[in-house]
Structures are given as C-alpha cells and as structure tokens.
Design a protein around this ligand. Structure first.
Ligand code: TMP
Length: 225
C-alpha cells in the first residue's frame, strides 16, 4: 500500500484527539505502519512553540500567531510527516493546515488568503489525502472540553497549558469559535474531494469511531486501486 496522509479537524471539544488515537490503534491492528502525531507540538521545536501559542499569559499579535502555527507546521512537515510518507506509512495527524485556515483565517482575519499563502510555503505541497471534520456546536464542544479538563485536573495532574481550565485559544469568546466552525464548513465545501464531515452532536465515542473508520477504509481502498 502507498503512503496516506489523514488529518482530523474540528472545533475544540469535538473529540478529535480521542478519535485520532482510536484510528491509529485500528490501523495498527491491520498491521499497517502508522505515525500518530499532532499540531501544534509534533516535534521538540513544536512543543516549545505550543507552550507559547497556548499560554494564556502570552499576548500575541494575529500575525505572530499565524506565523508561529506555520513555523510549527514547517518543522513538523520536514521532521515527521514527509519522512513518514516517504517510508510508505499512514500518517494520522490531529490538526493540520485546515486548523490555521479555520482558526487564524476565518476566526481571526475573516478571510483565508494570507494564512493560505503562508501555509503553502510551510507545507511544501504536502496536503492531506483525507481530512475528517468532526463537527460539533462550539457551545457543546467547549462545555465537554471544560468538563474533561476538570476531570483531568481532579486527578492531581496539572494540565500544562491551562490555568482556569481553558488555554489561550479556547478562552476566546463563543463568537470566535462559531466563526471557526462556520469556516470549517466552508473549507469542507472548498476542498470537497478530501473532506468528510461527521456530525458528532448525537453520537457517542464508539459511533463516531465507526464513522471515522468507514471513511478511512473507503479511502484506503481507493489508495489500493
Ligand atoms: P488541540 O487542543 O487540538 O491540541 O489544539 C490546540 C489549540 O490550537 C486549539 O484551540 C486549536 C488551535 N490551533 C490553531 O488555532 N491553529 C492551528 O493551526 C492549530 C494546529 C491549532
């Protein structure tokens, strides 16, 4: 089988990280070579950038945020994604370029042309083969997210990026998160050939995992031909 690049996207609290782990496990059960990675923070340089990007005490200009996300991605593409694809692996990435288009583009700038141009330089034409958008109403997603982080902190383990339960980007108002969600829907239409949208509102983790798997299995068959 040839290389395949799968990205998971969605508003905060859409359950993407859980689904990325489940997907990677399922692919491994099929004896496929898998790299599971994420943005921001998929490299050691990226980990440092992630700390800056998500620290609620950092005051970043919009352009700084765009460029730091793109810098994280450029390093990640060079160090992790490109080599894995070159080795015919399946790359499962928790957020990628569409996060910048949705959050920094639609969410902060109201349009995507600048963010897209900067990211085109960062990704060197490495676009995903399949992008799974886990859709959720941001109000529901952020509530879920807050509960999950609260539960996590109750165990005594400090979450590295949040002070009051939400990181710098999650802390933005609901209007911002609504723009991000609407932006994702625009991207799903714009890049219809690689996007699959799963509405997670009424679905439990297992049901979402099944839908994710169906989309991936279909795409793997296509890659097989
Ligand atoms: P995570 O919680 O999914 O790890 O993502 C961290 C935050 O970073 C999340 O609020 C989305 C945001 N983000 C962007 O704003 N732009 C990007 O390009 C990426 C990769 C993430």
């Amino acid at each position: 089988m040839g290389p395949i690049f799968i990205t998971l996207e969605g508003p905060d609290g859409s359950g993407k990280s859980t689904q990325a782990v489940l997907l990677a496990e399922r692919l491994r059960q099929m004896a496929l070579p898998v790299v599971l990675t994420r943005e921001p923070g998929g490299t050691s340089v990226g980990q440092k950038l992630r700390e800056i990007l998500l620290d609620p005490n950092m005051r970043l200009s919009v352009m700084t945020e765009v460029l730091l996300m793109a810098a994280d991605r450029a390093q990640h593409v060079q160090e992790v994604i490109k080599p894995a694809l070159k080795n015919n692996m399946v790359v499962v990435c928790d957020r990628y370029v569409d996060s910048s288009l949705a959050y920094q583009g639609f969410g902060l700038m109201g349009e995507i042309s600048q963010v897209k141009a900067i990211n085109e330089a960062a990704i060197e034409s490495v676009w995903p083969d399949l992008t799974i958008l886990l859709d959720v109403d941001p109000a529901v997603g952020l509530r879920r997210h807050r509960q999950r982080k609260g539960a996590y902190e109750a165990t005594g383990i400090r979450h590295s990026e949040c002070t009051d339960g939400l990181d710098r980007i999650e802390q933005r108002d609901l209007q911002f998160h609504q723009k991000v969600r609407d932006g994702y829907h625009i991207l799903a239409k714009l890049y219809a050939e690689r996007f699959v949208v799963i509405d997670t509102t009424e679905l439990g983790i297992e049901a979402v995992a099944q839908r994710v798997w169906e989309s991936v299995a279909q795409r793997l068959e296509i890659a097989h031909r």
